[in-house]
Ligand binder design. Sequence first.
Ligand code: S3P
Length: 464
Amino acid sequence: MPLLAPPVKRNRSFPMPHPAADHAVQPLSARKSGPLKGIAVVPGDKSISQRALILGGMALGETRISGLLESEDVLNTAKAVRALGAEVTRDGEGLWRVTGYGGWRQPEGVLDFGNSGTGSRLMMGAVATTPIRATFTGDASLRSRPMARVLDPLTPFGTRYEGQGPKALMPVTVIGAANAPAICCDVAVASAQVKSALLLAALKAEGTSRISQHALTRDHTEKMLAAFGADIQVQTSADGETICVRGPAHLKACSVDVPRDPSSAAFPLAAALIVPGSEISIPAILLNPRRIGLIETLLEMGADIQIRNRRSSGGEEIGDLWVRHAPLKGVVVPADRAPSMIDEYPILAVIAAFAQGETVMQGLEELRVKESDRLSAIARGLQVNGVAVREAADGLTVTGAREIPGGGTVVTHMDHRIAMSFLTLGMASRAPVTVDDIAMIATSFPSYQDLMQGLGAEFARPKS
Ligand code: S3P
């Protein structure tokens, strides 16, 4: 089996993401709409799409992927996988093939991951135990995010890196280790990205690595590694979980069916909950127990959500969501639920603005290191639209009201989820809500605007 792939073939058969610098700033307003009705077909899950490409690139043979999310973050990962020696081909909408050679080759240029923390951090782990040098960069948002949280735990493998300052900001060069030993690591932060980077690095180490984490973060890497033939065992206890991976592993290509993304579904779901008279369905959504904290919370708030036709697809549980507008009440969202809804706090905060009483969200320190400092971006966005909110170091309290004034302009800080969340606020506020830039929505949900308009949402370009 070749350890390093043959020279890269210049396969241009997939759409290329725009470098972030090419984006013109695009403000957009959303105004109060009539009842939202219809079927919201959201795209494939971002986490699983990213992993399908990376694992396909590490495996030997042809991995066939259906339902791949074709957003900028994922396209940037596809480009990196190709630069590292795998062949990546798009056969049709969401249908992709990755031919891997069982290992990475030295990339020629810099790997530009655009806005994607997940793509870049997982790939840092994936190359950490292959003796190559790879330089990672990204857009202004990604360049401000700490990479040391992933790179420092990789150093016991013998991986070295050169980054900017103590947080190892990008551009970062990762110098992969030859003959890496297996390691034991307790992952201190509640991050699936860090856990996954370690698991991917462990694949090429000698012996069994043990990776523990107190928080039960999303487990897509573990499940997918098993499907790709890795020797992986997961033990869960009251203290969290320990994952054992035996290396060196020889991953075998397989088929991946990507389920639809619950984090994208959250936006039409939220809009239907807060716009009076709405009733929509959202088919075939991933219902992995570590991803459905938002649904759990909304049901506690009194939301009218039904999960129908639960079934399994590609090793994951999926189901159809049916959602109807109903009065909501504030709740306390405990810190231990944060990992299962970590990307959903911006939209939950918007929903909470329409609930009766206070919604208290705890244990949110990780939100400070997302695509933006989301705690502060959410608090500012709510304040400028007349919503009562208190921001703590690691939490947020939103006081709901019968009517939200709206009328404010929200600074999105290059954060797709802040943009979509505050457009949702505008759909049920008295005056339109403007977000300063929607360009980043394409990183995760390129069809967002069309999909929401199809349900009845009303957007307009603000006059400059
Ligand atoms: C992701 C993990 C989460 C999440 C991100 C996707 C993943 O990040 O916010 O959108 O696919 O592993 P953290 O691991 O930093 O919490």
